[in-house]
Design a protein around this ligand. Structure first.
Ligand code: NAD
Ligand SMILES: CC(C)[C@@H](O)CC[C@@H](C)[C@H]1CC[C@H]2[C@@H]3[C@H](O)C=C4C[C@@H](O)CC[C@]4(C)[C@H]3CC[C@]12C
Length: 380
């Protein structure tokens, strides 16, 4: 549907880390829209103030796992960018809830597209649809066609793989009014940037250890990372080109990455944390892998024992250790060839923006005094 001179886009999960950057990206760079519907379970009222005289930002509170909520949000819209998801690999949320939101929620979006005559859907998938698997099979500079032993048993990657499959299978389906539905799926690697919750956790954790990060993963293990602004930009381009060349993009998957350096997860985080005086201790892991694995197992046992009394969900568990310990990097030009994707932000700009944000955590942390910080550095 076109409102006035522009189209109506729906961004599910639009108040999230990626979603909020996507809303801002659409406002700044997409001239064909007149309304952005931000559909989310947890609304961020600050997004409402982003409306301008050309584009209205409309916040819609709803649950993706309720079909009626989704249908109402999509009614009269032109295109959906579906980013809403429970992103949990720590056992914070029951597996059934992850499935309900990530799989049933996606089924609802597809159903609502068909019933509300929405022809275009861009799905935010994940590298985890492919891997890394828990067998330690490295995926080195792989692309969308690289053979890989895909093995999922964790709820989150399993749910993303199931959801992506549903999205791709729906491409070309007839929708109400006799039109066809066109879908595509974007697979970002580990997203970083302003507002990344996990980075906040690493920052908090580092303050408690005197701004020291104790190396746990061999530096040679490379993990692909991508700046949130480039992920948002790729979604905008895919949404635009899916409408113009549906037969090219329809039913396709695209890895989403940029020129961020290939590094170990810890070394990459230090690109930003070191700007706040953090130091990584050890040129190689300080403890042998088997001890780390025992600690991860202990965390998993503690989570099981405390289940029902307290949600114990530390960063380190057998799954996150396996993922962190397995190289997963992508190198592909499929998105460039199909819809002209080039990162909008170069690495230096992405780094600068992220460092500025991480530094703001220092200023805004009200409990800085609680960790006895006041300039105490373990490694002066
Ligand atoms: N963060 C990463 O490193 C990363 C990497 C690859 C892919 N992704 C994918 O990107 C998307 C966004 O991830 P993110 O990191 O911004 O996560 P996020 O948790 O910040 O955002 C997810 C949003 O979805 C909303 N949501 C959750 N359950 C909902 C429900 N039942 N109904 C409506 N809204 C609901 C949340 O409120 C949140 O605003 C997800 O689909 C995720 O799988 C993330
Ligand atoms: C405690 C150390 C061993 C530390 O290095 C662990 C890091 C670990 C928590 C992260 C390493 C790789 C991350 C995942 C990866 O970036 C991709 C993901 C896909 C995305 O869709 C959701 C997030 C994630 C699963 C991400 C989660 C944190 C890591 C496992």
């Amino acid at each position: 549907m076109t409102v006035g001179s522009g189209q109506v886009y729906v961004v599910t999960g639009g108040c999230g880390f990626l979603g909020s950057h996507l809303v801002r990206m659409l406002l700044e760079h997409e001239k064909n829209i007149s309304e952005i519907r931000v559909f989310d379970l947890h609304l961020d009222e600050s997004l409402r103030t982003l409306s301008n005289d050309r584009v209205k930002v409309r916040l819609i509170s709803g649950d993706i796992s309720r079909l009626e909520d989704v249908r109402e949000a999509l009614r009269g819209s032109h295109l959906v960018i579906h980013t809403a998801s429970l992103v949990d690999v720590w056992g914070r949320v029951p597996a059934s809830k992850i499935t309900e939101v990530n799989v049933t929620g996606t089924m609802n979006v597809l159903q609502a597209c068909k019933e509300e005559e929405v022809q275009y859907l861009v799905y935010t998938s994940s590298m985890e649809v492919v891997g890394p698997n828990i067998h330690g099979d490295h995926f080195y500079r792989g692309n969308e066609d690289t053979e890989y032993r895909i093995y999922h048993k964790e709820p989150y990657p399993l749910s993303k793989a199931k959801a992506e499959k549903l999205v791709l299978e729906a491409n070309g389906a007839k929708i109400k009014g006799g039109k066809l539905l066109y879908t595509c799926s974007l697979r970002p690697t580990g997203i970083y940037g302003e507002g990344h919750e996990l980075m906040k956790q690493f920052h908090r954790q580092g303050l408690r250890t005197g701004r020291c990060v104790f190396r746990a993963i061999p530096p040679a293990i490379e993990h692909g990372r991508v700046y949130v602004g480039n992920v948002a930009w790729m979604h905008l381009l895919a949404a635009r080109q899916l409408q113009i060349h549906p037969s090219t993009l329809g039913g396709q998957v695209y890895f989403c990455y940029d020129s961020s350096p290939y590094k170990s997860y810890e070394d990459f985080n230090m690109e930003f944390l070191s700007a706040c005086g953090f130091k990584i201790i050890g040129s190689r892991p300080l403890v042998p892998y088997f001890l780390l694995y025992l600690l991860a197992l202990l965390n998993a046992l503690m989570q099981w024992v405390l289940h029902g009394f307290f949600t114990y969900a530390p960063i380190l568990n057998p799954y996150t250790l396996a993922v962190a310990s397995t190289t997963f990097t992508v190198q592909t030009d499929k998105a460039e060839k199909h819809f002209g994707y080039q990162p909008l932000y170069a690495w230096e700009e992405a780094k600068k923006r992220t460092i500025t944000w991480v530094k703001s955590l220092e200023v805004s942390r009200k409990d800085l005094k609680d960790v006895g910080e006041k300039g105490n550095y373990c490694c002066n």
